[in-house]
Design a protein around this ligand. Structure first.
Ligand code: MLC
Ligand code: AMP
Length: 510
């Protein structure tokens, strides 16, 4: 496939002639026409700098610059590697190294010292590179690039069951399959305005929300951070709101404590929304009902994964099933199987397997992980699920205790343990997820102090916990820092010496 036959680029270009507002953010309103013009201009500058093809890291605040940079990298034949400003410098550096990005495209909206390091840094604003870059030395041969075909559109990083994040490359067709399926299922159109409240380094914020709205010709209002009062202010003019359950909870909590008159006014705004969706984590039915009470609709819950896009969803029209993430979306094949790979009967738990046009082809440079992730052409999700009546599906949990879903972010217990293991006071550590009303699950670290640190830790355990959390925050994004750190003399282990995490979870909840 070539640039000219990319369905994703065609869809981005679809409304390029329109002067209607495409993006609304702290910088003001930007039309589809201006967004396209800036993206093409920036792409020309990237090509002139020798960046035709290859991986380019992109960092921006959640504003229009993000989409301009994304589109420009695609137009120049490259792969976008979103690197979030939420990641502190050491984590950014690690992701940049692992991605093998050739350059780092950084929005001028970020601080001047952002992305300092060995990588070629290109600062841009309004579709222009601010300092014309020197030609990159290692420009790939254009003919070789053509022969290899179009590289992936996106490279996203996710936490896994090992100590290192996995790279998930998604081709132009895979991204488009995901965006297009949802656009149709949710009838997204130029008449819509999406309130965008999600981070732009994951599938939910990028594909489900931003690209979905933009490619449909809808206007997107981007909020810099999630604040319920600010969300309510914007709702009056919006038709679609997409959130993770933690955000829905914050909104409902906020609304329910407002004085009656204000609450009624806020509920009126919520009721103007034609669509409220929920995903990235299980929506508790009680929360869904509270939101329904206020908004007049039970949120449309859908299920997805970085590796597969969104593949299961409740209907836009007709009854939604609380507690279920819906039915397979058009073009997505779902199986729920037992340990031998045999389909289970409705009501029986099994692992959810997925096949479809939006499913990725394999982890970046990790053949072993790729082989382990597929069976009979299906991607093995690692989620346990069951069929309900009428072809609906219910997600029951994860098959691995080492994956924690906190506020919609996937956290790897092993990654966090390895990080914490680098602190001088930590002799041993186990991280587990506990059920939590606000976060869905909250990560808790149980630490055994080294002999040298024991006296200090025992003299003031809360202070020691705070210090360890603060130390970790310098190394990983705040959302990966366990909500609690507790000090124990030992961890429950089996005869082989392996930490018994289910037992640890039981002890922590006792
Ligand atoms: C923030 N914190 C978290 C956290 N988010 N801790 C645990 N889990 C999280 N998810 C920490 C902060 O670092 C801070 O730590 C404290 O909690 C309070 O922060 P806050 O300011 O209240 O949080 P906020 O910045 O408002 O973030 C909350 C949130 C955010 C819900 C808006 O977590 C979020 O954007 N979640 C969405 C994640 C997402 O998009 N996932 C999609 C993956 S794709 P301290 O120590 O300073 O107190 C996918 C596929 C699919 O899953 O199906 O969609
Ligand atoms: P990520 O790797 O960040 O893309 O997260 C994907 C994971 O989010 C899935 O494997 C599920 O565990 C979880 N998830 C997404 N949507 C839902 C949902 N509606 N209900 C339960 N879990 C969900």
């Amino acid at each position: 496939m070539s640039l000219s036959s990319s369905p994703l680029l065609a869809a981005l270009q679809g409304h390029a002639g329109s002067r209607r507002t495409a993006l609304l953010d702290g910088l003001g309103a930007t039309s589809f026409e201006a967004t396209a013009r800036r993206a093409h201009q920036l792409a020309a500058q990237l090509r002139a700098a020798g960046l035709s093809g290859g991986r380019v890291a992109l960092s921006s605040l959640p504003d229009r610059s993000w989409l301009e940079g994304f589109w420009a990298i695609l137009l120049s034949g490259g792969t976008v590697v979103p690197i979030s400003p939420l990641h502190p410098p050491p984590e950014r550096a690690q992701l940049l190294r692992q991605s093998a990005a050739r350059a780092h495209l950084v929005s001028a909206g970020l601080p001047g010292d952002f992305a300092q390091g060995p990588l070629h840094r290109l600062v841009f604003e309004q579709g222009q590179l601010l300092h014309p870059p020197a030609l990159l030395a290692s420009e790939p041969d254009p003919q070789a690039l053509r022969a290899r075909g179009l590289p992936p559109a996106l490279l996203l990083f996710i936490s896994g069951t090992t100590g290192r994040p996995k790279g998930v490359p998604l081709s132009h067709e895979q991204v488009w399959a995901s965006v297009d399926t949802l656009g149709q299922a949710w009838e997204m159109s130029a008449a819509d305005r999406l309130l965008h409240v999600l981070p732009l380094h994951h599938v939910h914020g990028i594909c489900v929300a931003l690209l979905n709205a933009f490619c449909a010709g809808a206007c997107t209002e981007l909020l810099p951070r999630y604040e319920p009062a600010r969300v309510l202010e914007s709702l009056g003019e919006c038709s679609v709101l997409m959130s993770v359950p933690t955000q829905h909870k914050r909104l409902v909590d906020h609304l329910e404590q407002l004085p009656a008159a204000e609450q009624a006014e806020a509920a009126t705004r919520l009721r103007q929304l034609r669509l409220i969706t929920s995903g990235s984590a299980k929506l508790p039915e009680t929360l869904g009902r509270r939101l329904e009470q206020l908004s007049g609709q039970y949120p449309l819950e859908r299920y997805g994964m970085t590796e597969v896009g969104i593949v299961i969803g409740n209907p836009l029209h007709g009854p939604r099933t609380p507690g279920s993430c819906g039915r397979p979306l058009p073009g997505c094949e779902i199986r729920i199987v037992d340990e031998s790979g045999t389909d289970v009967a409705p009501g029986e738990p099994g692992e959810l397997w997925i096949r479809g046009a939006s499913v990725f082809s394999g982890y970046d440079g990790d053949e072993a992980a790729t082989r382990a992730a597929f069976s009979a052409g299906f991607f093995k999700s690692g989620d346990t699920a069951q069929w309900l009546p009428d072809g609906f599906i219910q997600i029951l949990g994860r098959t691995s205790v080492d994956i924690i879903k906190s506020g919609g972010y996937k956290l790897s217990a092993v990654e966090i343990e390895e990080q914490l293991g680098g602190h001088a006071w930590v002799h041993d550590v186990a991280v587990v997820g506990l059920p939590d009303e606000e976060w869905g699950e909250r990560a808790v670290a149980v630490v055994i102090a080294t002999a040298e640190a024991r006296a200090r830790v025992e003299s003031d355990p809360p202070a020691a916990s705070a210090e360890l959390r603060e130390w970790l925050k310098q190394r990983v994004a705040g959302y990966q820092v366990p909500r609690a750190v507790t000090w124990w003399p030992e961890l429950p282990r089996n005869a082989m010496g392996k930490v018994q995490k289910p037992e640890l979870i039981r002890l922590l909840q006792a």
